[in-house]
Design a protein around this ligand. Structure first.
Ligand code: AMP
Length: 531
């Protein structure tokens, strides 16, 4: 291992080499060699910098510098003379941390000055790399997966064990440090840290309850699928923190949930998971749109607590009294959850092998204003961050037949195709836009659609081709929302194309009238927010 601090220039050499190869094996070898040559305290910061971050995923600090600040700092930085010590990896990381931690009054100026100091000590190529790091776009083809493989190579620790440790800590740098310094034993001993959220387990789609039953070997647990926001609750002693699905801390917006947990949960050392739903006057769920007005609220929280009450439905437990539970089967986790939490807080569920019983349960869920069902394999462990078949979601989506009135040219993999479609319903002899989607088509269909739309072109801008309203597509969506963006006043949430309806002409597409009806119908089972 190196004795003096590793110069930042070595990281630059690595990144240049990484950019020079597209071969995954070559990339992992380069990174592994590099990591092996670092000082212990350099491993974590270097790993983070290579993947274009400064802090681990759970960490809420951000640099918060924009393009303009960087430009100004570049000018300022260049005016200085190059007399200082060369940058080191640790030095860069420390400075970037300081920039992130500059907040409050005068922080703009301070961030700029720190950036200037950084740039003034960097060579031209180092400045370029720093800018890539600052904007989190390394363009060296090293994502989390490649990095994990490199760590496995550098440390000799099994890749699956590393993945698991990453799930638990959410900290790629820390995983690398432990693996390289302490080996397999250290990695096996990694525990989730309280108040560091685990990545949520994800679900795959099932068409219907039969498919879910079959997939789960004939018997499964069906839970209501609530249309709310997922939360992970960490409680340790007198502390409670609540994290969103994307791992940000939302505790301040949810004082009522904190109070509830304090009052009713029997353990003080626990990680729970559930869904919060906004509730209207009649006790029915409010649309998702209204929940979001509440969820990330940091101002006037108290007033919102009264105006949009929440209901909590718990469905999992990941940790209890010093024991990590993610490898326990769902059946056992549920038993433990039930032992510390009152029944009315548990997600409603049945265990059955009978499709018609499950169907009836699904209808009941829909009639109570929920989204559908989740099927959970009884012997399934909790797999953080993974989308597998242990959890299956069944949500009967609504569909509408809409007309494509314009399309935008795609980027990346979809370059060369018209791939983002403007969707419209019929409205008084014309068409009113209700959303856009690029989801649901196969590559062949994109090809076909692009050719067909170009034949129908009636105008264009550099990004968008406007077409004669001719092609009808059936789109599925999750909810109809009120929208100020479209003249129609509505937007389809999560629209995706299910089928191209060559059998239908534009005159057979659905109307704004019908959309309005469907919007109103949502409130048959949902509550409406009254002002
Ligand atoms: P989706 O967002 O459509 O992929 O569905 C998965 C999401 O459904 C989860 O992330 C949860 O937020 C939500 N959800 C609602 N009810 C449940 C439940 N009973 N179990 C697990 N997830 C649920």
């Amino acid at each position: 291992m190196a004795l003096s601090e590793t110069p930042f220039n070595r990281l630059l050499e690595l990144c240049t080499a990484l950019r020079g190869t597209t071969r995954r094996k070559e990339k992992t070898r380069l990174i592994a060699d590099f990591l092996r040559g670092l000082r212990p305290e350099e491993i974590a910061p270097a790993v983070l910098l290579i993947v274009g971050s400064i802090f681990p995923e759970y960490d809420e600090r951000t640099l918060d510098v924009g393009f303009e600040t960087v430009k100004r700092a570049l000018k300022g930085g260049r005016q200085r003379t190059l007399i200082e010590e060369p940058l080191t990896i640790l030095g860069v990381h420390r400075l970037l941390t300081e920039i992130a931690e500059a907040t409050g009054a005068g922080s703009r100026r301070r961030k700029e000055r720190l950036l200037e100091a950084l740039f003034s000590r960097a060579s031209r190529d180092e400045v370029e790399l720093l800018i890539h790091i600052i904007f989190g776009e390394m363009r060296i083809g090293v994502n989390e997966g490649v990095m994990l493989e490199a760590i496995a190579e550098a440390s000799g620790v099994d890749l699956e064990l590393l993945r698991r440790a990453l799930m638990l800590t959410g900290d790629l740098g820390e995983v690398a440090r432990i693996a390289i310094l302490e080996g397999e034993e250290g990695i096996r001993a990694v525990k989730p840290r309280m108040f560091h959220p685990l990545k949520p387990m994800l679900a795959s789609m099932a068409e219907d309850v039969e498919e879910a039953l079959e997939e789960h070997g004939g018997l499964t647990a069906f839970e209501y699928k609530f249309d709310g926001a997922r939360i992970q609750i960490h409680r340790h002693g007198n502390n409670i923190r609540i994290f969103s699905r994307r791992l940000s801390d939302v505790t301040e917006s949810l004082p009522d949930i904190v109070e509830l947990i304090e009052a009713v949960i029997k353990s003080r050392d626990v990680i729970l998971e559930g869904e919060v739903v906004a509730i209207g006057r009649n006790g029915r769920p409010l649309p998702f749109q209204d929940l979001m007005r509440r969820f990330r609220r940091v101002h006037d929280v108290e007033e919102m607590v009264k105006r949009i009450p929440l209901r909590l439905h718990l469905f999992d437990i990941l940790y209890l009294d010093g024991r990590l539970l993610i490898d326990e089967p769902y059946r056992e986790r549920w038993r433990l959850l039930k032992s510390i939490c009152p029944g009315e807080l548990l997600a409603k569920r049945i265990i059955t092998d009978d499709a018609s019983e499950a169907e009836a349960f699904l209808r009941e869920a829909m009639e109570e204003g929920h989204e559908g069902l989740m099927a959970k394999r009884l012997d399934g462990p909790y797999t953080p961050g993974r989308r597998g078949k242990l959890w299956l979601k069944i949500k009967p989506a609504e569909t509408l037949d809409v007309v494509i009135i314009a399309a935008e040219w795609g980027h990346g993999r979809r370059r060369g195709w018209l791939s983002n479609y403007h969707l419209a319903v019929r409205d008084d002899g014309g068409y009113s836009m209700v959303g856009k989607t690029f989801k649901g088509l196969t590559d062949e269909e994109f090809e076909w659609m692009t050719r067909r739309l170009l034949e129908l072109k009636i105008g264009e801008t550099p990004t968008t081709v406007y077409v004669k309203p001719e092609i009808v597509v059936e789109v599925a969506f999750n909810e109809i929302q009120r929208s100020p963006h479209y003249r129609s006043g509505f937007a389809l949430r999560f629209a995706r194309i299910k089928r191209i309806r060559l059998d239908k002409g534009p005159e057979e597409a659905d109307t704004l009238e019908r959309l309005r009806e469907l919007y109103e119908r949502q409130f048959r089972y949902k509550a409406r927010l009254t002002n």
